[in-house]
Structures are given as structure tokens and as C-alpha cells.
Design a protein around this ligand. Structure first.
Ligand SMILES: [Zn+2]
Length: 449
């Protein structure tokens, strides 16, 4: 189709120019490299790891000191196992050592600040290389192409801020979506009416329908389509940002007559893993990151679950080495039949952000709240708890005192969203206890759906 062709050959290169990335070029590279053997890919990974570590030892004060103390010589790194002699990098260390983690030649990597709450409600600021930005997009193109999507094809997106560039708003955001050939609806406000309208738009679309969004939002749409006995079909559903539960997958595939391609991405650690048409797990992009699955900082055997420790191979301005991202995952024990050399992650747990319940049973995506707290530098950590429909409690550990009036402003904004019958209460606390496996859940909703 003309639009697809124009998007791939004109609009996407324009987007690349505007945001100074090379995502189409990087995608071509990733599209080919995935078919190399695992041994070849591991060789590439170790070369990239070695040069990153050498750079960190030469240019980054935090690592210069760390390597000296641990008598660690990056030149001698022969495999990823060598990494385990270094300590893990926690969010706490990143917050405390942020200036010492910056390379003395950071400017040449043209970094941009990236403020992240991750999935755990502890905001941090990282500096992200221009290259990392390109690769992050290329990773997504590769994931979508595993589901049959071709560069430039239209995608219908149910998303909040996490799936959209946060610095864009209004007309710019609209133009951005148009150039990418995305058609959006907000996941913050999924009403019967908006879902009906959305299904109608899908029906009217000529050509294959590709859907993308949070697992929970896709599930809400699927249940709605099922209730309406919707007769359309969707070529592929791309889910991300949350754990996709098996029942959700089954219901989405049945109601929308489709296949689900899940993804696990964590931009903080350079992690990207995507599902192929064999649906046996998620292929980990080892060209871009080293992912260790650890207990007490030490890797566990494949097949066992543990905390994810990631080393981003394309972060030179602010190297992120052995970073504990907060997710829990498991490596698969057998390879995939599709022929890709990228190893498989069998499962990722603890990515639930989920929904809260507003006035009249309205579902509010939890990410709406993380979006609000991203913007507040005085928030060190937060957790949102809802035990009853008429009350949402936000537990906050303060970094500093909030500016005058801001607390009231935030509460009002949240109440506006949650609706007139729902109160929002912010409470200052000293600690927020972690959940199972040390993973912090930032949304806890105990109201059955
Ligand atoms: Zn595969």
C-alpha cells in the first residue's frame, strides 16, 4: 500500500532526521543479525562488552575506582561470566553517584536525559546515548516484524505515556503518530463508548490490522470485543510493559482471532526481548545487552528464576554495568525452532502495573500515576494502594519537601481522573516494603475486576 511505502521510505527517515536517530539503519542490521548462530552472536556481544568496559575504566570515575579496588582488568574479559566479579549497580547507587557515573567524554555520545520510574516506582535519571535511542527503536521494529508487520505498516495503539515520547504533546504528538503511521487511543480512559468506536475503526481499516499496547489494555479490548460478538480479526497483537498472563493471551487470541507477540523491554538496561511465531518464549537481543539472571548478585542456572541484572552495550555517556532493573526472569533451557540465534527467555514476572478502579467502576491504567510522579523530583519512591473503590492511597517516600501547593495540585489532578466519588490521599512514609523476590510493585489494587 502507498501509505506503507511512503511511511517506510519517506516518513520514517524524516522521523529519524528530526530526532537525530538512525533507527531504520539499525533495524536493517538487527534484522540480519538475528539469523546468525548463537555462538556468532555471543562473540559479537563479548567484543562489545569488552570495549564498553575498557571505555568505562578509562573515562568513568565510578568504574575507574571500582575496577582498581576489584583488581578487574577489562582487557582480560573473555566471556560474560567474568562480569560476576563486579558488584551489581542498584538504583540507589545511580541516585547517589550520578555525577561519578558520567564519562568525562560524555558529550561525544550526544546523550539525552531519560527519567525513569521503571516498573518499581523509584524514579532515576539516566543519560542515554544517541545510538541507544536508535537501537531502542530498531529493537521494536524487529519485534513487530516477527509478527508479520512490515516497516511502515499501520499500527493501532492503545497506550499511555510509556509507549509514546513524553516530551511531545498536542499537535507535535499527533504529527509524530501520523509520520510513524500509528493510530492511538489513550489507555487512561477505556470506556464502553471509546472501545466501541475503536472496534469500528479497526473494522473500517483496509489491510491487515496490527494492535499494540499494554497486556491489560489489550485484554480489556478483547473482553469488550467478545461481549459485542465482534466479527473482525486482527493479524497480530503486540503486548508490552506488563506481564501477559496465559488467560489474557487465550482470551485476546480468541476474541480478536489473532496471535499475540509479547515483548519485554527495559530501556534503562538496554534490554529487549521479543516473541517469534513459535511462541516459545522471548528472544533476547544479545547484540545490545548482557542479561544475567541472578540471586544475590550471582547468576543462576538456566531454568531458574532470579533478579535481572543488565549491562547496556550501547551506553557510553553513562555506562550501566550490572544494573539491577527490578524485574524477575528465567532463561529457557532449550533453543527455539525458528532458527534465530538469539537465546530465549522463558518468562518474565513482576511487570504488573495494572489498573485502578475509579468512579462508576471505570478502569484507570496505573501508568497514569507513574507519569504524574515522574514529573515530581521531590518523590523518591512511591506506591499506590487501593483497597476499596472510593479511596486510592499514594504512599510516598520524599526526597525533599514538595514545593508549596504541589501536593494539593497533584491530588486534584488524580481525583479529576479517578472521578467524583473517589478520594485520593497522599501519605508520607519512611519505607515501602518490597514484594516477592525483592520486586517492588508500584500499583496494588485489591478490588476484584
Ligand atoms: Zn523463535
Amino acid at each position: 500500500m502507498l501509505t506503507t511505502y511512503l511511511t517506510a521510505h519517506v516518513a520514517l527517515p524524516v522521523v529519524d532526521l528530526a530526532r537525530r536517530t538512525e533507527s531504520v539503519h539499525e533495524f536493517r542490521l538487527l534484522d540480519q543479525s538475528q539469523w546468525k548462530s548463537q555462538a556468532e552472536l555471543e562473540e559479537l556481544q563479548i567484543q562489545r562488552l569488552r570495549s564498553l568496559l575498557i571505555h568505562a575504566g578509562e573515562h568513568v570515575p565510578y568504574y575507574r575506582q571500582l575496577f582498581a579496588e576489584a583488581a578487574f582488568n577489562p582487557e582480560h574479559v573473555k566471556d560474560v561470566d567474568t562480569l560476576k566479579s563486579l558488584p551489581v549497580l542498584s538504583k540507589q547507587i545511580i541516585r547517589e553517584q550520578s555525577t561519578k557515573l558520567l564519562a568525562d567524554n560524555a558529550a561525544q555520545y550526544q546523550p539525552r536525559p531519560h527519567r525513569s520510574a521503571g516498573t518499581t516506582g523509584q524514579p532515576i535519571i539516566l543519560q542515554m546515548d544517541r545510538k541507544r535511542h536508535s537501537v531502542a527503536w530498531a529493537d521494536m521494529y524487529r519485534w513487530w516484524s516477527a509478527g508479520g508487520w512490515q516497516l511502515g505498516e499501520k499500527q493501532f495503539v492503545i497506550a499511555g505515556a510509556a509507549l509514546r515520547p513524553r516530551q511531545l504533546s498536542g499537535m507535535k504528538a499527533k504529527l509524530y503518530s501520523r509520520l510513524n503511521n500509528f493510530e492511538d487511543i489513550s489507555s487512561f480512559n477505556l470506556t464502553e463508548r471509546s472501545l466501541d468506536q475503536f472496534l469500528l475503526r479497526l473494522e473500517k481499516h483496509r489491510g491487515p490490522v496490527y494492535l499494540r499496547g499494554y497486556a491489560s489494555s489489550m485484554h480489556v479490548l478483547a473482553r469488550h470485543a467478545y461481549e459485542r460478538q465482534w466479527s473482525g480479526s486482527v493479524k497480530a497483537v503486540f503486548t508490552t510493559a506488563e506481564t501477559l498472563f496465559p488467560e489474557q493471551r487465550t482470551q485476546i487470541e480468541k476474541a480478536l482471532r489473532t496471535h499475540v507477540f509479547d515483548q519485554w523491554g527495559c530501556r534503562d538496561g538496554g534490554i529487549s526481548a521479543f516473541e517469534c511465531d513459535q511462541h516459545h518464549g522471548l528472544h533476547l537481543a544479545i547484540e545490545n545487552a548482557v542479561v544475567e539472571i541472578c540471586r544475590d548478585g550471582q547468576p543462576v542456572p538456566h531454568g531458574e528464576s532470579g533478579l535481572v541484572v543488565a549491562t547496556d552495550l550501547f551506553s557510553y555517556a553513562m555506562p550501566i554495568i550490572r544494573y539491577e532493573v527490578g524485574d524477575v526472569a528465567t532463561y529457557a533451557t532449550s533453543p527455539c525452532a525458528c532458527g534465530r540465534g538469539l537465546p530465549l527467555i522463558a518468562s518474565v514476572q513482576g511487570r504488573v502495573s495494572g489498573f485502578l478502579v475509579g468512579s462508576g467502576g471505570r478502569r484507570i491504567h496505573g501508568e497514569f500515576f507513574s507519569h504524574i510522579f515522574w514529573e515530581a523530583p521531590w518523590v523518591k519512591e512511591f506506591q499506590i494502594v487501593q483497597d476499596k473503590p472510593e479511596e486510592i492511597i499514594v504512599n510516598v517516600i520524599k526526597a525533599t519537601d514538595p514545593p508549596p501547593g504541589q501536593l494539593v495540585e497533584l491530588s486534584q489532578l488524580m481525583e479529576e481522573y479517578a472521578g467524583p466519588e473517589c478520594r485520593v490521599r497522599v501519605e508520607f512514609v519512611d519505607t515501602i516494603p518490597p514484594g516477592p523476590m525483592g520486586k517492588r510493585q508500584f500499583i496494588i489494587c485489591r478490588i476484584p475486576s
